[in-house]
Design a protein around this ligand. Structure first.
Ligand code: SF4
Length: 457
């Protein structure tokens, strides 16, 4: 999971309406989607300039860096690694000049990128990174197709996997989404200081709020949108498109103030909690507490539907990122991230609401903290089904061995995390909370039904 953001203006503007400055703000609002690196590229009168740094948007991309990226179009990225190590060379944008000058940012993953890389290397293509995105950038750049639009379509037809791509080339901002729409992409519109309308593309609509941009629409699965000054051109990849949005966008990844498929993420999470309370009908509990922050809305819904009071049970260190997207040091990060609020939990029978259990290191740690703080009973309420299968589409859980529920019963997971009770939400109730049809989602990590072919190992 990464975040992408792009801006195409109709004419060159001064700071603070510099497209790179807008992109910086957009990336800042998408920081939750990746904390390993941040980068931008800007188009200025035939030149593409690229800057990327390891770390957060605010620490990596300084004002001087942003001001060194003048131009009319900019794209940016916050990175969370799935293919390629967490090093600067793998940060986006990837800039290639093989035949055309292109810069590419990507949210998603190509499960068979190793085969593609080998084929290109056999043709003499050299790569500076181990990222699958550089492969995409190289394919677009090398294409002999007469137009950049055709080069992007040709590349998309040669790759398989999840992608929400932004391509910067020839003064155009191009956004394209894989035919299953696994990763999200939204179009927005705003005005510069001269009142001229311009367009933005983002992984999540929360990025538009701060920029006072209006969400125009979702980029459809398999759609390519080209923004060229004042004009927008729409293309559809020549392949059947079938929406399969990653269900984890609702459960965990996205910010609660984003809207996906017409639904506020915060409202879906609230309903996830309500549905779980109705499903497991808890008794003899004193308090419902969230594991902050992705469990917050679900815990309120759970408390409402169960009649058990809501309260806070953890203090969270705000200066540590999301543990799910941390590249290493998981266990230490969890222990440094949360602390139990002893006066709030001691002597209480608690429902601890958690968005999901993947490896169980977070949940095992939080249950132990509550018990050490004097909780009498800890029931873990998970507002998602058990994660049993790896993800090959951009989430760092790529082997069954990493997943606690892959080969354990619910009782065995309960004992492993030290809880007194463990409830998971059913797949049907998870879908019901989204108010969207079941066939619109990828849920492969719950049921193993992968929409795009994945490696056999
Ligand atoms: S396998 Fe799971 S995490 Fe991966 S895209 Fe599908 S629903 Fe999302």
């Amino acid at each position: 999971m990464c975040g992408v953001f792009g801006v195409a203006t109709v004419s060159k503007c001064d700071t603070p309406f510099l497209p790179a400055a807008y992109t910086y703000t957009g990336l800042y609002m998408l920081q939750h989607r990746g904390q390993e690196a941040a980068g931008e590229a800007a188009w200025d009168n035939g030149t593409i300039r690229t800057e990327k740094r390891c770390g957060l948007v605010t620490t990596g991309l300084t004002k001087d860096i942003i001001q060194s990226l003048p131009g009319t179009v900019a794209i940016g990225h916050v990175r969370y690694s799935t293919t390629g190590e967490s090093v600067l060379l793998n940060a986006h944008p990837h800039y290639r000049t093989d035949r055309r000058k292109v810069a590419v940012v990507h949210n998603g993953n190509l499960p068979k990128s190793a085969e593609l890389r080998k084929e290109l290397e056999a043709e003499g293509v050299e790569f500076e990174s181990t990222s699958d995105t550089e492969i995409i950038a190289a394919m677009i750049s090398r294409s002999t197709a007469p137009t950049i639009e055709e080069a992007v379509i040709e590349t998309c037809m040669s790759i398989e996997g999840s992608y929400a791509l932004l391509v910067l080339a020839e003064g155009k901002l191009i956004g394209v989404r894989d035919p299953f729409g696994i990763r999200p992409l939204y179009l927005g519109r705003s005005r510069n200081e001269r009142g001229e309308e311009f367009y933005l593309l983002t992984s999540e609509t929360c990025a538009f709020g701060f920029l006072r941009a209006e969400t125009t629409r979702e980029i459809a699965p398999g759609e390519m949108l080209v923004i060229d000054g004042r004009n927008r051109f729409h293309y559809q990849l020549p392949v059947e498109a079938k929406r399969k949005l990653c269900i984890f966008e609702f459960i965990y990844f996205s910010r609660p103030d984003s809207v996906m498929m017409g639904q506020w993420v915060c409202e879906v999470r609230h309903r996830l909690g309500q549905n779980l309370a109705r499903q497991c009908k808890p008794v003899n509990l004193d308090k419902v507490i969230p594991v902050p922050e992705s469990g917050n809305h679900a815990a309120v819904g759970f408390a409402e539907a169960s009649g058990v009071p809501f309260g806070y049970g953890f203090a969270k260190n705000r200066y540590l990122g999301r543990t799910f997207i941390a590249p290493d040091g998981w266990d230490d990060l969890v222990r440094h991230k949360y602390a139990a609020l002893e006066p709030m939990v001691a002597g209480k029978r608690l429902a601890e609401v958690e968005d999901s259990i993947v490896r169980a290191n977070t949940t095992g740690g939080t249950v132990a903290m509550l018990k050490d703080a004097g909780a009498l009973r800890v029931e873990v309420e998970v507002v998602a089904p058990p994660v049993k299968y790896p993800c090959f589409y951009g989430i760092a859980m790529s082997t069954r061995g990493e997943l606690i529920a892959a080969d354990k019963t619910i009782e065995e997971v309960r004992d492993y995390i030290g809880a007194d009770q463990l409830n998971y939400l059913s797949q049907e109730s998870t879908i019901e909370a989204t108010r969207c049809p079941k066939d619109q989602f990828c849920m492969a990590c719950f049921d193993g039904d992968y929409p795009i072919p994945v490696p056999s190992e």
